[in-house]
Ligand binder design. Sequence first.
Ligand code: B1M
Length: 214
Amino acid sequence: SLTLEERLANYVVEGSKDGLFADLDEALKKYAPLDIINGPLMRGMEEVGRLFNNNELIVAEVLQSAEVMKASVSYLEPHMEKTETSVKGKIMLATVKGDVHDIGKNLVEIILSNNGYEIVNLGIKVPPEAIIEAQRRENADIIGLSGLLVKSAQQMVTTAQDLKAAGIDTPILVGGAALTRKFTKTRIAPEYDGLVLYAKDAMNGLELANKLMD
Ligand code: B1M
């Protein structure tokens, strides 16, 4: 029979919620909520990505896996640590134009809002014009861009160029599986007037936001 950790990864791979919540309760006795997400659930997602890449899963199946991941994150959210501070700052979040992946971005939203940030989540497939318009309205302290497709990295470059052309120099935080550490200011937007920082995961995003707001 499978271990708890293997079962948790399997719910994501199988796209099944049968027994999921009981096992999440079990896991909560041993692990912090974020460790459950970053550990077994993410391992399941990595396996889904691998199977999808090998044409062993179809989009409909990956969507079910995404559902399990989302349901797990919602279930774990109330158990996450919250800091009772006054608002540290306002952060706008968007998955860039052409990209629908939002599980990572929404996890970033949870972590940041649990830690004193006001979040304006613009959703998915957000074109630069919409980000510019929202920034003029919201005047966020940080603009967070997420993207998982290889082409989303290029879309971030375009977005930074458009922000600059609109006279915006708000710090940009970028993240998502298609990016690497190299996607700092030099790669994304050497000519952008503000900072451009890469976050490897949601906690790193929080650390960087805290540094920026200090
Ligand atoms: Co898609 N998909 N997908 N997919 N999908 C990938 C990304 C892919 C790598 C799978 C693969 O082929 N191996 C591949 C991209 C290949 C490439 O570009 N080179 C891919 C593809 C090809 C596609 C489609 C084109 C498939 C198709 O239609 N033929 C299509 C694209 C549609 C589009 O965007 N226009 C597509 C669709 C989908 C679904 C809709 C079925 C579903 C998404 C559902 C949803 O998000 N609502 C889906 C999924 C689930 C995946 C995989 C399997 C898992 C992604 C995920 O949710 N991971 C993915 C393969 C993989 O990554 N293993 C894959 C869990 C999430 C918590 O991690 O988002 O990386 P992640 O977030 C991390 C960090 O990256 C970081 O923090 C999080 C963790 O703490 N982070 C930030 C993310 N954003 C951040 C922002 C920050 C800071 C940190 O600050 C602002």
